[in-house]
Design a protein around this ligand. Sequence first.
Ligand SMILES: [Zn+2]
Length: 56
Amino acid sequence: MSKHIACVVPGCTFKDSAPTEDELMKKVVAHAAKDHGVTDVPPELAAKVKAAIETR
Ligand SMILES: [Zn+2]
């Protein structure tokens, strides 16, 4: 089992996976900073991302 995410930004095709939710969140934060210029993830965005994480 691993954690999978598709970016929550409309139109963005970024997808990634990691063994744990913590590691996946780090990848998502790095992606948001690099591709969306989001250097500070607000709690509501973090919650949205966590809600979009699939375990499979
Ligand atoms: Zn994205």
